[in-house]
Design a protein around this ligand. Structure first.
Ligand code: HEC
Ligand code: HEC
Ligand code: HEC
Ligand code: HEC
Length: 473
């Protein structure tokens, strides 16, 4: 190629090169623009997440009013009206725990839970369900309303918590109409998460901690810990109290209640002083790996979802097994069916250990009753009654906790193991007491194979006409 040919060639190429430079510059600008737009969008998203509402009143307890400002959250919230969802051990379906496990009737003999005990369903049903349960009667204190409604923080702001607790359940019936809703977890002025229930704040104070110092991630569990915890009604004033002074493990609760000589009821069969665990979800969760690794209740039960290009918190609070893709699968790169199977395996094992403990504890109550029939006095039975109280408290820490052991599998197995062995100890000691009174044969255990049979059976004990449990001398 000669010099002039070369020049000629360059001249021919020029327009093409020019377009190339121009084109790639434009592409670069376009990509930079996209990046900038994406950053802006993220910022706006973050701003939107914490955007303060304009005019929601201080104690607005009607979630529909909040819903006008936050339709996406409200629409998902309303999905909690579905009470048909079922998983192997959970879901919002109100399964009958007494029908499913008739041992429950024996374990709660003499207490309301032997009459009526259904699985929890969505937050939207809180008022309806507490009004319908047979466990509520004319003596029930207003304290029972505490975890059911955003009208509670409204009323507490008006009358103060102490006056609220001291009222009767029925006295406040007309005031408490809205089921668990926005005001329970949110500050209407800032939309930030807030603690609306004094019992949780006080439990922190008694441990020398300030709940206002909780991190944002902790708050994503603490809003749930206002209600999903173990509690009792303290003293004459019936004030709602969490027994956390010694800690949140079952041995800490046992010490707390024993130090105060507290009992919820006297067992109709064994006459042991009993404590019912409520639903220590937060406490059991805090013993598990997810709590240790800072995964919050909301991460699994209220995961993020994208709607119309907007990232929102899913306000359809439910079993994560019905929403694995948005909850577990965000962190665990296992397949959905594998995750599902993994959870059920953990739960099956927990369920088995639970059954073993139930077997021993139900029989321990009958063994003590047999000792009474053989003529043993209260002094002789003090030790076994204390042991069966312990066994059942330990069992119930796991049983009353939701999730069939998933929240802290190892801790649940350990506690169930202790429950089964304490009950076994009762049975060994009872055999000795029976022998001392001249009875060497087997205790005659009555049939409690169904809810109906069990409920009839416990009536006999309640009326002090128990069936004969002793075999010949
Ligand atoms: C790592 C995920 C995870 C975390 C964190 C978590 N849970 Fe769960 N939770 C589950 C799973 C899985 C189940 C079992 C659901 C089933 O059996 O259908 C469950 C069950 C439940 C249930 C019963 C729901 C049902 O449909 O039976 C409640 C109530 C609950 N959890 C409350 C809480 C609370 C309160 C916290 C925080 C203190 C919490 N969970 C933390 C995963 C989690
Ligand atoms: C059981 C507690 C609870 C209830 C009840 C509740 N929220 Fe939330 N809400 C949360 C949690 C947890 C978040 C996540 C907050 C965070 O991480 O900062 C949230 C976040 C939000 C946000 C921020 C945007 C987003 O989606 O993350 C809005 C808006 C909101 N909720 C509106 C509502 C409305 C409206 C209601 C009533 C219909 C309501 N919430 C009821 C717990 C609750
Ligand atoms: C104001 C008290 C309160 C707060 C706050 C609260 N819950 Fe509940 N929760 C309840 C009650 C009461 C029920 C049972 C409602 C019924 O059965 O009528 C329930 C039921 C549930 C269920 C069972 C629903 C189903 O479909 O299986 C889950 C899961 C649950 N809550 C998780 C949470 C989580 C997670 C949080 C925190 C983000 C939370 N709750 C905050 C009181 C509360
Ligand atoms: C926000 C992230 C996150 C979410 C959501 C989450 N996990 Fe995890 N999970 C973890 C972390 C972190 C660990 C601890 C792993 C470790 O430290 O090696 C863990 C551990 C586990 C383990 C092992 C437990 C053990 O004892 O070794 C199982 C099983 C598990 N998760 C199941 C689930 C299921 C099922 C869900 C949904 C219901 C879920 N996880 C949701 C982060 C998460």
């Amino acid at each position: 190629m000669s010099e002039s040919d070369k020049l000629n060639f360059m001249e021919k190429m020029k327009p093409w090169m020019g377009w190339l430079v121009f084109g790639s510059t434009m592409l670069g600008v376009f990509l930079l623009g996209l990046l900038a737009a994406s950053i802006m969008e993220r910022r706006q998203e973050a701003a939107r997440l914490y955007q303060a509402p304009v005019n929601i009143a201080d104690n607005e307890s009607d979630s529909a009013v909040w819903g006008q400002h936050y339709p996406r959250q409200y629409d998902r919230y309303k999905k909690m009206s579905d009470s048909e969802t079922k998983t192997k051990y959970g879901g919002a379906y109100p399964r009958d725990y007494l029908e499913e496990t008739s041992a429950n009737v024996i374990l709660f003999a003499g207490y309301g839970f032997s009459q009526d005990y259904l699985q929890a369903r969505g937050h939207i049903y809180a008022i309806e369900d507490v009004t319908q349960t047979k466990r509520v009667n004319e003596k029930t204190p207003a304290t029972c309303w505490t975890c059911k409604s955003p009208d509670v923080p409204r009323l507490m702001a008006q009358m103060g918590p102490e006056k609220f607790y001291a009222k009767n359940f029925n006295e406040l019936k007309n005031e408490i109409t809205h089921p668990i809703g926005c005001l329970d977890c949110h500050d209407p002025k800032t939309m930030g998460l807030r603690i609306s229930r004094p019992a949780l704040v006080e439990a922190y104070e008694r441990q020398g901690k300030d709940i206002a110092q909780a991190t944002h991630q902790e708050m994503r569990s603490l809003v749930c810990a206002q209600c999903h915890v173990e509690y009792y009604f303290k003293g004459e004033g019936k004030s709602l109290t969490f027994p956390w002074d010694e800690g949140m493990a079952i041995a800490d609760f046992e010490k707390y209640y024993n130090d105060r000589d507290f009992k919820d009821w006297t067992h109709a069969i064994s006459k042991a002083p009993m404590v019912k665990m409520q639903h220590p979800d937060y406490e059991v969760y805090s013993m598990g790996i997810h709590s240790y690794r800072n995964v919050s209740c909301a991460d699994c039960h209220m995961p993020y979802r994208t709607e119309g290009g907007e990232k929102i918190t899913d306000h359809y609070v439910q079993s994560p097994l019905l929403n694995i893709a948005n909850s577990c699968a965000v962190c665990h790169r296992w397949g959905e069916s594998e995750i599902h199977a993994r959870v059920e395996k953990i739960q099956d094992k927990n369920s088995q250990a639970r059954k073993m403990a139930e077997h021993n504890i139900t029989r321990a109550h009958f063994d003590i009753a047999a000792c009474m029939q053989a003529g043993a006095n209260d002094r002789e039975l003090k030790e076994v009654r204390a042991l069966v109280r312990r066994a059942q408290m330990y069992w119930d820490y796991v049983a009353a906790n939701n999730g069939m052991g998933f929240h802290a599998p190892q801790e649940c197995q350990r506690v169930l193991g202790m429950a089964a062995s304490s009950a076994q100890e009762v049975r060994v000691i009872c055999a000795r007491i029976l022998a001392k009174h001249g009875y060497l044969g087997q205790v005659r255990y009555p049939d409690f194979g169904s809810k109906e049979k069990s409920q009839k059976l416990i009536q006999l004990f309640i009326k002090n006409k128990p069936p004969l449990l002793l075999t010949k001398k």
